[in-house]
Design a protein around this ligand. Structure first.
Ligand code: ADP
Ligand code: MG
Length: 334
């Protein structure tokens, strides 16, 4: 991948590299002082509060350079943080990007990474306002901090779910986990599945519609698996839930794979991470409004269960029997 026409990282030096990385960053009127000073200065919209979220992507923990092309890795790095802001109902406005770069990383990799990062930023009107750049002795580390804003009464927390609320999920679950499994096994992966792993679309329009209409009582983005993530909502809302296994939405590519192998890999649907879909709760009287609102912003949405007053995350089969799962989500330390 190295090219004789491009200067190596060492020749560019830290400040040359920062200039090169940030050359494509665009200006936004809310940014009073952007990249280049000791800190960025930004203006919040009147009456709004600041939402902040940070995420790390570490080579060989979160991504493999053989599987993740740099353009989509750049997009995904930002998407994970934008998804967190969206899951609170926040409007993402600004991002900080910190990179620890191995000295032998080809410059083209960084150029493509930034092209992807800034393309997604521009799609969502998010301004890159700073970051940090340093060298790494082992692998590439990417850290992204996203900042957004929202009126206080529109912010949707994990703690608002009420007994008898419906549980909804956008899009489909399990695709990213299936794509990863197929890559790990050296099997063929369809483009549809692969793009769910490499370039997950943050469900921003759906999240903002829910925040603006006040329809969601609680919301989370599914990044560690449905059971683990909804478990956080249940715990923080002091409720439980009952999820109908057969109601969980699956993509055509996922169903196709399941049909070929004569088994639905439920584990991936319930516990696979990185889907970046939204899971939210809402009062049952709002079913029609939710369907209309999601249709209007072009997002698929499915009702998958109900919130219970007793604690515990229960999954039931079509016949009403309890499904038992051995492993309930991605955890870095297990
Ligand atoms: P300092 O030494 O004061 O921390 P730096 O020399 O690290 O400043 O960075 C100079 C400017 O470049 C700062 O505005 C910083 O936010 C920005 N910056 C550094 N690295 C990045 C990056 N990877 N992406 C975006 N902005 C960056
Ligand atoms: Mg610095």
């Amino acid at each position: 991948m190295t090219s004789p026409t491009l200067p190596a990282l060492a020749a560019l030096g830290e400040f040359g590299l920062i200039s090169r990385l940030t050359a494509g960053a665009f200006k936004h009127k809310s940014v009073l002082t952007g990249i280049g000073d000791d800190a960025a200065v930004t203006a919040l919209s009147t009456g709004m509060q600041l939402l902040t979220s940070t995420d790390m992507l570490i080579e060989d923990v979160h991504f493999r350079r053989v599987w993740h092309d740099p353009y989509r890795l750049g997009r995904k790095s930002l998407a994970a943080s934008l998804s967190d802001i969206a899951a609170m109902g926040g409007i993402s406005r600004w991002a900080l990007l910190s990179l620890a770069i191995p000295s032998d990383l080809p410059l083209e990799f960084l150029d493509e990474f930034m092209r992807g990062f800034l393309a997604l930023a521009s799609e969502h009107d998010v301004a890159l306002i700073g970051g940090d750049t340093c060298s790494s002795r082992a692998g590439l580390t990417v850290s992204v901090t996203a900042m957004g804003e929202q009126y206080p009464d529109r912010i949707v927390r994990r703690s608002g779910a009420l007994p008898d609320d419906d549980i909804w999920v956008t899009g489909t679950l399990g695709d990213a986990a299936l794509a990863l499994k197929l890559l790990e096994n050296g099997e063929a992966v369809s483009n549809e599945l692969l793009s769910r792993l490499l370039d997950p679309p943050p469900r921003i329009s759906a999240a903002l519609a829910l925040a603006e209409t006040g329809l969601a009582t609680a919301m989370i983005d599914v990044s560690d698996g449905l059971l683990a993530d909804f478990g956080h909502v249940a715990e923080q809302s002091a409720v439980g839930c009952c999820i109908n296994l057969d109601d969980i939405p699956l993509s055509p590519a996922f169903r196709n794979h399941a049909a070929q192998h004569s088994v639905i890999p439920h584990q991936m649907v319930l516990s696979g991470g990185e889907d970046y879909e939204l899971c939210f709760t809402a009062h049952r009287s709002n079913r029609g409004k939710i369907a209309d609102s999601m249709k209007k912003c072009g997002n698929a949405v499915t009702r998958i269960g109900i919130v219970t007053s007793f604690s515990g995350v229960t999954v039931v089969n079509r016949d009403g029997s309890t499904y038992s799962s051995q492993h309930d989500g991605f955890n870095h330390f297990t």
